[in-house]
Design a protein. Structure first.
Length: 786
DNA sequence: GACGGACGGCTTTTT
DNA sequence: GCCGTCCGTC
């Protein structure tokens, strides 16, 4: 949701149900003869995508083909031709940023701010809006609060503990991810397949999930998954409500369709049920969020799901040079499950994609640093240079190097503003002030700063709350009137409650920013950080100031709090010239003149865990990630790998990524690394069977101390122990590892160990008594039913 | 109840 | 090698 200045929490009126202008009205007729100016800037396919308004449409928009332009123009077109009022169009995106951008661009197209586009937003923000209107139908009150991941974990911890389960063996975090997974797939507790319910705490998974849902209802709260799942349930159980929204949303637009999960898909299909005017835009080759529930199948199946669908391919790329485009296309062609697109461009050939090998990660960072300084000397702007890594730990090497060089850089997608502890604490104070029944917020700050109300006291309050069925805050009010707590804790708690009472009284009288300052001051929270000696304390104080400042944009406290529970990002300013450093995932949708892609090594990229846990599907997703990386580059793309890398304090020898060998030769130039350590073995004869000798990385007689050490480790097997067993990942892992869980007692077959019986199931790990090989723990994806 | 040492885990991340 | 969580001690 865009940071709108006022959020109406109680807007239950249906002012957007105004009658449609008759088809063939004046506006439409005028359109027929005079060409709308915004149409003339589109290419042919884009124009078809914009003008195919009726029925299901899938726009397959390759990287850099003008996807956002099509989406926004199509929306503008719907409004300009009088097909629909702004309030009759449902337009969903995944991120707040995307929603914000779309709003701005539509404004530019049709002039001025678009009024009444109340159904343009993220899946989640639209879900909340619908849920608040009909909360009582799903067992909530319309002012329900939204839990973030942190609150969710704390709640689950309590539930796990109440079942006398060992937190160590069954971490709440793991349960949370199971529950998220179920919610992503649209599964209510009673629908969780028996096999999967076994995945946690010996079969208690579904039971704990059910209990968690009950607790949420008692707390009058919903987690992120509920915002989608409960909306779906609302539609499924209340046909009249569904029919109302089907009528309301005359046209639907979906961005990044390849990232939708099952609930979102079911949601969309229900809503599009009547008219079927749904337009989904996406790129199956850029689906990189399978691990958090996105289902590429949604886009692959579109034509089946929506019969008569029109599929439009945008294949003309406006971003990258032919070499870059061809390298990326050649790579992605190795994937099997694709709809297939052929990207082309009119740009000049440009430079080939550069591939370069290094001795270790440090040398790689040094070389990239040098490259960037050279580019800078040639007059390139740092803002147009990016380093995209697979995993965030890789960033450190670059940060170290850039600090040494004095090269300005910015890290994108680090810890989010609203996820910082001090911000969450401050928000918890404000929440308790505005919503005394918010138990999780209350618990978070009851003893922060330390005021002598420890775990034992909190536990007493919680017990009372539970037995009496009242919120913690009320329980606290009652308990301080008794002798239940030790005097110190009692007085302290009494004082805190008195403070909250005082602050609450100021809610209506005082501007909310001033009140926030008072709360943070009088609670001793600011003071706590002022007295903190740690080096990051001043930064935290700054963040608190920034928080209060940002509240200014909102009308009142309630509006502000609603905004922050949905919007967890804060836009970093892009004013000064800096190199961007980020993960491949956060680079999606961005573009840069020059892109560096370091760390292309087996085990790191493709990541070993992706292969272990998801087999072939995992490998294909990693390949799409590589594709996303390359297609971010406009003019120059430099891929590199290191032979040796330190991961978790252990030196590991790695092989060049298979993705490097998958790049089509004619679009790649191998560059010798400048360092004296590099240039051994694999650089020699250009392209052979494999460009880089991956069978034996130590096949040359190269002799330096570091090299000898590495070879000794290799020979002794020390690094082999950690070396990726990529062959297994590729050859025997099954694609649908998750779909059919194994049960205890089941007879299975393993490629290496032969036949055996499953004796225990722990998520995707199985303990199997093999007939020949004894008892082993193996991944479920490596066994099959005989 | 608060603090400090030991222990384990460790891809990606939005809402 | 670093960070967050847990448990034991004062």
């Amino acid at each position: 949701m865009a940071p709108s200045k006022s959020i109406d929490l109680g807007d239950f009126d249906d002012d957007d149900d105004a009658p449609l202008p008759a088809r063939g009205g004046i506006a439409a007729r005028a359109m027929g003869t005079a060409e709308a100016p915004y149409l003339s800037t589109l290419n042919e396919e884009q124009r078809v995508a914009v003008e195919s308004l009726d029925g299901p449409v899938l726009v397959l928009a390759g990287a850099g083909t003008g996807k956002t332009r099509v989406l926004t123009t199509r929306l503008a077109h719907l409004l300009a031709t009088g097909r629909a009022w702004p309030g009759q169009v449902l337009a969903v995106t995944f991120t707040n940023k995307a929603a914000r951008e779309m709003k701005e661009r539509i404004g530019l197209l049709i002039g001025g701010v678009v009024e009444g586009m109340q159904w343009l937003g993220t899946f989640h923000s639209i879900g909340v809006k619908i849920l608040r209107r009909h909360a009582e139908l799903v067992g909530l009150k319309s002012d329900f609060s939204i839990l973030d991941t942190d609150d969710q974990i704390r709640l689950l911890k309590q539930i796990v503990a109440a079942h006398d389960l060992d937190e160590k063996r069954w971490p709440a975090r793991q349960l949370a991810s199971h529950i998220d997974g179920w919610k992503n797939r649209g599964l209510l507790p009673e629908k969780v397949p028996a096999g999967e319910a076994h995945a946690f705490a010996n079969g208690k998974g579904a039971e704990l999930y059910a209990e968690y849902q009950e607790r949420l209802k008692i707390l009058n709260a919903a987690d992120f998954g509920d915002l989608l799942l409960e909306t779906l349930r609302l539609f499924q159980e209340n046909p009249d409500v569904l029919a109302d929204y089907q009528r309301r949303f005359k046209y639907m637009l979906v961005d990044e369709y390849q990232d939708t999960n099952v609930v979102q898909y079911l949601w969309l299909r229900l809503l599009a049920g009547g008219h079927g005017n749904i337009c989904c835009v996406g790129d199956d080759d850029q689906s990189i969020y399978g691990w958090r529930g996105a289902d590429v199948d949604n886009i692959l199946r579109f034509e089946k799901d929506f019969p008569g669908a029109k599929v439009i391919r945008l294949e003309r790329n406006y971003r990258s040079t032919p070499h870059i485009l061809s390298a990326a296309s050649g790579l992605i062609a190795n994937n099997e499950g694709r709809l297939g697109k052929t990207l082309h461009t009119d740009l000049d050939k440009g430079e080939q994609v550069v591939v370069r090998g290094h001795w270790d990660g440090e040398e790689e960072a040094r070389a990239i640093g040098d490259d960037i300084e050279a580019l800078q000397r040639e007059g390139h702007v740092l803002n147009e240079i990016a380093i995209l890594v697979r995993a965030s730990f890789q960033m450190r090497e670059f940060e170290d190097r850039f600090i040494t060089l004095g090269l300005p850089y910015r890290v994108i997608g680090g810890p989010r503003f609203y996820e910082r502890a001090e911000i969450r604490d401050a928000l918890a104070y404000l929440k308790v002030t505005a919503q005394p029944d918010n138990d999780l917020a209350f618990e978070r700050i009851v003893n922060v700063p330390k005021r002598g109300i420890g775990d034992t006291s909190v536990k007493r309050v919680r017990e009372l709350a539970r037995t009496r069925g009242i919120p913690l805050y009320r329980a606290a009010q009652e308990i301080v009137e008794t002798e239940e707590l030790p005097a110190k804790a009692r007085n302290s708690l009494k004082g805190l409650l008195e403070s909250f009472r005082r602050w609450r009284a100021l809610l209506d009288g005082l501007p909310h920013t001033e009140l926030a300052e008072i709360v943070l001051d009088e609670s001793g929270y600011t003071e706590m950080w002022q007295n903190d000696k740690s080096p990051d304390a001043p930064g935290r104080l700054d963040n608190l100031k920034e928080l209060v400042r940002s509240m200014d944009e909102f009308e009142n406290m309630a509006g502000f709090l609603e905004h922050v529970s949905l919007v967890m990002d804060s836009d970093a300013l892009q004013s000064d010239d800096k190199v961007s450093l980020m993960t491949l995932h956060s680079a999606k949708g961005l573009e840069f003149d020059t892109v560096f892609l370091p760390g292309w090594e087996e085990g790191l990229f493709p990541h070993q865990r992706a292969l272990d846990e998801s087999g072939r599907a995992g490998l294909e997703e990693e390949r799409r990630l590589a594709y996303v990386g390359i297609t971010r580059a406009k003019r120059l793309c430099k891929i590199s790998f290191a032979q040796n890398r330190r991961i978790h304090a252990m030196w590991q020898t790695a092989l060049p990524s298979r993705f490097i060998d998958e790049l089509p030769e004619s679009h790649v130039a191998v560059e010798e690394a400048a360092s004296p350590h590099a240039g051994f073995g694999w650089g020699r004869g250009g392209f052979g069977e494999s460009r880089f000798d991956r069978a034996n990385p130590f096949s040359t007689g190269y002799e330096t101390p570091g090299w000898k050490r590495a070879r000794a480790a290799y020979d002794s097997g020390e690094s082999v122990r950690h070396a990726p067993h990529f062959i297994e990942g590729e050859l025997v892992a099954r694609e649908d590892a998750e779909a059919t869980p194994f049960q205890r007692g089941e007879r299975v077959f393993h490629m290496k160990f032969g036949y055996g019986t499953v004796s225990a199931v722990d998520g995707n790990k199985l303990t199997i008594d093999f007939e020949k090989a004894g008892t082993k723990r193996v991944l479920a994806s490596f066994v099959e039913r005989p």
